[in-house]
Design a protein around this ligand. Structure first.
Ligand code: GLN
Length: 305
């Protein structure tokens, strides 16, 4: 995979990205967080980092965006490093979900047990385990660890956080309340506050690619087992209901966020980061998914070799 990824040419990247950009036109911006809709739906930025040091870039690379759910695998990685897998998986499951990321119905059916860390329930449960006294300080601890480990420049987007808080987040509150009632969450208010903060960590597509490199290769201070756990959960759960079919079509651990951020890991070879805000029905970036399919098919990339 390493040779295949770095065999990419800039011309090939641009050809596929331009096709993907026109494909974004069928997508929609989310309306439940008003500030997320204040962007140009046709933006597309791509950055690919290879483990051999090569890097490719295309499009609106300088534009900052919030990570939203793309933070979820990194909360998991941080906590696996801090607490170990037994402790982490006593708070969240590792089972795929065929329901939307905000599903209350499924959480009720599962009696308040959050299925996996890539959907809202699981990420809210994990947010409650971050070290710190309040949402801000917990987010700060995660932010600093990521910036140090990945060499990123993530910042907290306060305007987006205000927009998220003003929107109310009724579903996420209901999710937290349900987990609390079933005894799977302490202090739901701080958990939600922390979750809102970490979803509003922001960077550009280059930061996103650098985050991906934490999962793509050996890094001093991060255990290989933890990296493999996160990659496995991204592959099986990272794109919600679309995860299984995407694993067949593309076969790379991938995580999306409603901001239009999309990150794929090519273990041992590199990371592919995309940002394009127009979404499909499931809440995944339309142009991003299209681009990844075309890219991996033309390079013959897959974890299944
Ligand atoms: N903050 C968003 C939410 O809870 C994140 C969801 C997402 O990116 N899919 O709705």
């Amino acid at each position: 995979n390493s040779a295949k990824l770095s065999n990419l040419t800039q011309a090939q990247l641009e050809f596929l990205a331009v096709q993907a950009k026109s494909y974004s036109q069928g997508g929609r911006l989310p309306d439940y967080i008003p500030r997320l809709a204040e962007v140009n739906p046709e933006w597309l930025a791509v950055e690919i980092n290879c483990t051999n040091g090569e890097s490719f870039r295309f499009g609106e690379s300088e534009i900052p965006f919030v990570l939203m759910s793309v933070i979820k695998p990194f909360v998991l990685l941080f906590l696996l490093e801090e607490m170990g897998k037994e402790a982490v998986f006593s708070h969240v499951g590792m089972q795929a979900s065929d329901k939307p990321f905000y599903s209350i119905e499924q959480l009720e059916a599962d009696q308040g047990w959050p299925r996996n860390p890539m959907i809202n329930s699981g990420a809210i449960a994990l947010a409650s385990l971050l070290p710190g006294d309040n949402g801000f300080s917990r987010c700060e601890n995660l932010r600093q660890w990521l910036n140090q480990s990945a060499g990123t420049n993530l910042i907290l987007d306060k305007a987006m956080l205000n927009s998220v808080v003003a929107a109310g987040g009724g579903r996420n509150r209901s999710i937290a309340k349900l987990m609390f009632e079933f005894g799977f969450l302490n202090a739901p208010e701080i958990a939600i506050d922390t979750y809102n903060h970490i979803c509003c960590l922001a960077g550009n597509v280059s930061d996103l690619a650098n985050l991906g490199m934490l999962l793509a290769e050996e890094k001093i201070g991060i255990s290989g087992e933890n990296r493999r756990i996160v990659n496995a959960l991204m592959l099986t759960c990272g794109l919600y209901e679309a995860s299984a079919s995407f694993a067949v079509k593309v076969g790379l651990p991938t995580k999306s966020g409603v901001s239009g951020a999309l990150l794929s890991v090519v273990p041992g070879a590199g990371a592919i980061a995309c940002y394009s805000p127009a979404l499909d029905r499931i809440g995944n970036s339309k142009a991003g998914i299209f681009f990844l399919e075309k890219l991996t098919n033309s390079l013959n990339l897959s974890v299944f070799v």
